[in-house]
Every structure is written in C-alpha cells, then in structure tokens.
Write a protein that binds this ligand. Structure first.
Ligand SMILES: [Mg+2]
Length: 215
C-alpha cells in the first residue's frame, strides 16, 4: 500500500511517546553536555502526560493534536511551545485527510517545519532541532518529487534526520542556553536535534511497519 489511514491510528503517536520515554535519560545526558540536563526529563514528562489522554482508537491527527496541546499547555519552557507547534501543525494538515500518503505527509512536514522556524526564530545551522527537521523534510520532499514509493521516502527521511542530528556536533550554538558556550559548544550534539531525530525516525519506522502490514 502507498497510504495509511488517519482514523484509529493513534499508534504512531503512542510509538513516538514510547521512544521519548525510553530515551529520556540519554536526552538529559546529551543536554547536560552543553545545557542544564533537563531535556529528557521535560520531554518525558510532557509526552507521558499526553499518553494518558490518548488511546489507540483515536485518529492519528487527533493524537497529534492532543500531544501538541499538552506540550504547549503543560510543559512550558522553550521546548513545550516549539514541539507543541510542530505537532499541532502536522495535525492541522493530516486532519483534513482520511488517508495519509506521501503527498499529505510532505505537506504536513512542510507546514510543521515552517511553524517551528517562525516560532523558534532559528535558522538552519544554529544548532537546534531545525538542523534535524529541515534536512529531513527536504529530503522527503525530494524523494516524493522523484516518485519514490512511500516507504522509501520514509527511509530517506529517517536517514536525513540522523545525518542532520549528527551534523549538529560540528556546529556552534547560536541560540538557547548552549549559545553562551560559543565555540565550546562544538563537539557536542544538540539535545533538541537529538529528540527530534528520535521522533522523526520513530514516526517513519511506525509508518513503514504499517505500510508493510497492509501490503
Ligand atoms: Mg535544558
């Protein structure tokens, strides 16, 4: 199949929540190298709060909306509104569709990345989660334009997210707490880029599994 359904497909979001939960300690460790070491704890808290409000019977877009709203309302800090906006923007495109195919997902990723960049006030190369999501969505869009099948597009998204995240090691932080370190922020991963990579790779893997199931 070249599409997945939107209805009763909250599982994709539950998989993302589980992945953040499993990586909470790692994310705080990454954050601790250049920041205050709370990224994993904060993300895990917000994602688990959202988990309480989501069940498998919900649509993919409703689950995204609940996750987004929970992060905005209940987490705060800088990451709450940033990730909240990202998930809300994904939801807004997906909720208009009964099925999610590569075209719908490309549109949703473009919309979400745009919202994220407006809110974060960061550019590509500033050593933030944008350095994961921007190259990932660009690679996905390119694969869609080249008419690759949906699963291949998702694999390409996943690889580009990983590469983008790894590239933050070579960057000097321009924004947030790590920016105070200047050149000394080099050599370390950005925590937001790392959590964003986990989220995108998990979403891709969850969708690929479903595409294979419905083949
Ligand atoms: Mg922090």
């Amino acid at each position: 199949m070249e599409q997945i359904k939107n209805e009763k497909n909250a599982k994709i979001v539950l998989d993302m929540i589980q992945a953040i939960h499993e990586n909470a300690a790692y994310l705080s460790e990454v954050d601790g190298a250049t920041g205050d070491g709370d990224h994993g704890v904060n993300m895990n808290k917000g994602f688990l709060m959202a988990k309480e409000r989501i069940n498998e019977e919900m649509s993919f877009s409703d689950a995204l909306k609940i996750l987004g709203r929970t992060l905005v309302m209940d987490i705060g800090g800088s990451m709450g509104p940033i990730y909240g906006t990202f998930f809300n923007r994904l939801s807004k495109v997906i909720c208009k569709n009964d099925i999610v195919d590569k075209y719908v997902l490309a549109q949703a990723l473009n919309n979400a990345t745009e919202g994220l960049m407006d809110l974060a006030g960061a550019k590509v190369g500033d050593k933030t989660l944008i350095d994961t999501v921007y190259p990932a969505k660009e690679a996905f869009q390119k694969a869609v334009n080249q008419n690759e099948d949906f699963a291949t597009c998702l694999e390409i998204l996943s690889d580009a997210a990983e590469e983008g995240k790894e590239n933050t090691k070579n960057m000097v932080a321009k924004i947030g707490r790590a920016a105070r370190l200047g050149e000394r922020s080099k050599g370390f991963l950005d925590a937001g880029a790392t959590s964003c990579c986990i989220i995108l790779k998990t979403m891709a893997a969850s969708m690929i599994a479903e595409l294979n199931e419905t083949k």
